[in-house]
Design a binder for this molecule. Sequence first.
Ligand SMILES: [Zn+2]
Length: 552
Amino acid sequence: MYIIVTILTISLLVSCSTRQEKMEKRMQAFITAYEAKIIPLYKEMNLTSWNANISGTDADLALSEKAEFAYEKVFTDTKDFKELKEIKESGAVQDAILARQLDLLYDEYLGGQVDTSLIAEKLRMETGINKKYLNFRVIVDNKELSDNQVEEILRNSTDSKELQETWEAHKKIGPVVAQDIIKLVKQRNLIAQKTGFSNFHEMSLKLSGQDPAEVTALFDELDNLTRDNFADLKQEIDTYYSKRYKIPSSELRPWHYQNRYFQEAPEIYSVDFDKYYKNQDPVKLAATYYDGIDLNVDAILAKSDLYEKPGKNQHAFSTDIDRAGDVRTLDNIKPDSYWMNTILHELGHGVYSYYCDRSLPFTLRDAAHTFTTEAIAEMFGRMATDPDWMMDNGIIDKKESEKIAGDAKKALRLQMLVFSRWAQVMYRFEKSMYENPDQDLNKLWWDLVEKYQMLTKPEGRDMPDWATKIHIALYPCYYHNYLLGELLASQFYTYLTTSITASKSFTGDKAVGAWLKEKVFMPGARYYWNDMIERATGEKLTAKYFAKQFVQ
Ligand SMILES: [Zn+2]
């Protein structure tokens, strides 16, 4: 009996290990073939998109659309998906690196198991909408304004009439794209339903390794943590604006809040950060700073496109062209605190990509999750208005730093709370819009704005103001990651300043770069995001450091 059991066990072990070996071999063969296909297509997609964002021409947009289609088409291959499904369902792939690639590739292919005609239609719609945004210019008094100019007026004017006109003129893109976006939302939902999800929002989160219920719970928790504090601050804000515009608080409307969406904090504390940057070169400052913490960015900057041009995308982003060292950022830099923040932010994405372990397989040479790269970007972006950072980097002296420290801290706190409330609007709007795109979206938008941002809707306004936010159309179901990024930025920052460095701004401390490379950048997508965070900081993602930093 004993002998029989032993023989059985041995034969089971043998068959298990051969089965494991067999499946791992199949997985390796799959990856080899996959990489041969995907690497050139990935590079072509990113290069053509880069060119289109710089020129804005029809020809470049067409090339970009074509390349993206070719890339996405790879994941529609039913034979490849069947192979992955068999390997996954065997449960026999044990090797950690192979298993992780299997999980990621399975989700990626699952997202592509839809008629290519449906995907082509979706891409065509997205390109059409993108073109409308790129070519739209705000017109006030027969004068054409860039987004930068609109923001400048909203930020600096104290003339209610001018503010309202500029805000309303900017909102005119809404009706131009609203119907197109609703059609696109339905197209995306159709794709999700064909893949077995109830809507595109659910699919997007699940396929990126997030559970919508978990994210919603986190947003609810944050809402509870920030609501009362924000209500108090909002009163302070309104008192400030009431004085600034010489009108009663009850007459304050969304155009009085110094930016298009009240997504950034008003400057109610007396720190004018812009004045410190008037004669500074944000690019040079950022380059020197990153070099000092052992994260040199020269190779990234050499490939980047940093300043305004006609036709060029007016926003900012960072892109990893080939996961082999060609990392770039597109910006429209001017010497002010906004663009100082932005270049630090984009280069944060840049170093995450650039300092990835290039010996990892292609699929793992990526961030653990999109929000983990946002966390790094946001942690560095915050430095732009941090008096310690400004002093350590020669922008202000010690006396000035001490003078503004209190207000700067209050300003950042306000910024974080204002942003967290705005992100609530974005997350809940998108979730609800994909659940039911036929509802009254104009009302949904303003209901959320009133509830979470505590703004007053302009009387009788019934316009698709939600459609003026480009993210809703073109970067769908992503915005919540900015807020998760802020939570993680606080967690990383707290860990670094308690365990790694004595410098609050990290300036000149190479240990910071060394830690980031070893614990965050080099591992790439090798671990599930919450495992990476736990390995790095000893804890899974938590809101407590954000709350500790910004909620009183
Ligand atoms: Zn970012």
